[in-house]
Ligand binder design. Structure first.
Ligand code: PNW
Length: 484
């Protein structure tokens, strides 16, 4: 397919260039200013849950370093910054009283960003649920959480909506449901084949109510946009057979379709309803009404790709295969990787053409007016963590990853995909959930003890991309972007 934007690899004017983080992963200050505990505070303090034995008590200490961190963003010429609010920092018990200190902290952050010309993109929920809601009300399993979440969202719109014009309700409900309620590797650590579908259903219902509140009471006067962000890997049919192509579609429907279909079509994918039977809740009429059409943009977090094929009778469907896209038996799809694919430290396959294909699939299936990549990036260890004479740490593999994935984004735009922005995960190394700080995604390195931020080459490279609104003219692509 020909691209109108191919050479030089310039992006559309108005393309949003950003970087992303989340509250639990960077803030620390876990009991400062009256903050309530979250399920991640409890989970990380439970022996054995975090590979390194760490917690997010301090994390990057962003709570105390917000002005330096904003200056660091300004240094890069960042146009937008995606971060999340900690619900228990704002509403310590998850309902009722609001913490003035919490409001003050986020106000200060938002004002600092705006003073530097950086647009805040706020995620309301990036997994740190108030612990009280888990202990007293069963967290996302309780249908009442939809109204509690809408009430919390209302507080946020009221206090910050004069300055925040880009809202994301939920980050990756797939991860909340599968890793939190299916595999038990994220908070609250539940292991079940039933609960993920209930939790996901209530996450969708909560989103619907929060968006309804925004549209009903704030959107006209505040003039912002609101949506959800979902994660999805690409699933490439292993062969051209009808069975493998159907397997790839099924895998995508169990992954992204699970959330995007209700948002855009008002119903779960047919294959999920068929395979799951009674385990998949049904939408009540009022919920369906609030959920369908409840997103002003399509938020996507994308990292990796696997092949999909129809399993042979004795194939093991390993639900531990990273990024299997759900509960393997429910999908009945075999997922494999090409041995030749490079992998990041997370074990995720580096396949830039998968990004282009996924964007095309989304455009074709949902036809959104705007898609934003809310996260993309890579974890790699530093070969040499010492900065060179220019004060920069070399990270050639991360630079190559970003260059190749942004190249794929550029091609997708040429294909006709309405991609309007890109947020790199992450601004700096942070607390990578069950991996602790062992996985480093940062454009900036964060030193283990001092927590000093040191730029990596990728930060400088990305700053150049932002400054020129495009990719360097002669790319040193390691992974050819396949035409297939
Ligand atoms: C996302 N998967 O997590 C999160 O939004 C970030 O908080 C996180 O740091 C980042 O990606 C890197 O991991 C994911 O299993 C967790 O497909 C799991 C998956 C995808 C994203």
């Amino acid at each position: 397919m020909a691209s109108k934007l191919r050479d030089p690899r310039e992006f559309p004017t108005d393309f949003v260039w950003g970087a992303a983080t989340s509250s639990y992963q960077i803030e620390g200050a876990w009991r400062k200013g009256g903050k309530g505990l979250s399920i991640w505070d409890a989970f990380a303090h439970t022996p054995g849950k975090i590979a390194t034995g760490e917690t997010g008590d301090v994390a990057c200490d962003h709570y105390h370093r917000l002005h330096d961190d904003v200056a660091m963003m300004a240094d890069m010429g960042l146009r937008a910054y995606r971060f999340s609010f900690s619900w228990p920092r704002i509403q310590p018990a998850g309902s009722g009283a609001v913490s003035a200190d919490g409001i003050r902290f986020y106000s200060e952050l938002i004002d600092a960003l705006l003073a530097h010309g950086i647009t805040p993109w706020v995620t309301l929920y990036h997994w740190d649920l108030p612990l009280a809601l888990q202990v007293e009300h069963d967290g996302w399993l309780n249908p009442d959480i939809a109204n509690r979440f809408a009430n919390y969202a209302d507080i946020c719109f009221e206090h910050f909506g004069d300055r925040v014009k880009h809202w994301v309700t939920l980050n990756e409900p797939w991860v909340s449901a599968i890793m939190g309620y299916g595999l038990g590797v994220h908070a609250p650590g539940r292991v079940s084949t039933v609960e993920p579908y209930i939790a996901a259903h209530n996450l969708l219902r909560a989103h619907g109510r929060a968006v309804d509140c925004y549209r009903d009471r704030y959107q006209a006067k505040q003039g912002g946009v609101i949506g959800m962000t979902n994660n999805c890997d690409w699933r490439e049919p292993l062969t051209d057979s009808i069975e493998d192509r159907a397997a790839a579609t099924t895998a995508l429907e169990f992954f992204l379709g699970w959330f995007a279909d209700p948002l855009h079509r008002g119903e779960y994918p047919e294959v999920m309803r068929r395979n799951l039977g009674d385990r998949l809740p049904q939408f009540a009429a009022d919920d369906r009404y609030l959920i369908e059409g409840s997103t002003d943009f399509f938020g996507l977090n994308h990292y990796a790709t696997l092949y999909a094929s129809r399993p042979e009778p004795n194939d093991a469907l390993d639900s531990d295969v990273f990024g299997n896209g759900g509960i393997a038996e429910d999908q009945d799809v075999k997922l494999t990787a090409d041995e030749d694919w490079d992998r990041t430290a997370m074990g995720w396959a580096v396949v830039p053409w998968g990004c282009r294909k996924l964007l095309g699939w989304i455009q074709e299936r949902y036809d959104p007016e705007s898609i934003y990549i809310m996260e993309n990036g890579a974890a790699f260890d530093d070969d040499d963590p010492k900065p060179g004479a220019d004060g920069v740490i070399e990270d050639p593999r991360r630079v190559a990853y970003l260059e190749e994935y942004l190249g794929a984004c550029h091609q997708a735009i040429g294909d006709g995909v309405n991609l309007k922005g890109y947020f790199c995960w992450s601004l700096m190394d942070n607390f990578e959930w069950s991996h602790g700080t062992a996985m480093r995604f940062g454009l900036h390195r964060v030193e283990p003890q001092s927590l000093q931020r040191i730029p990596r080459r990728s930060a400088r490279w990305y700053a150049d991309v932002i400054g020129s609104n495009g990719l360097p003219a002669s790319p040193s692509l390691q992974h050819a972007v396949a035409d297939k």
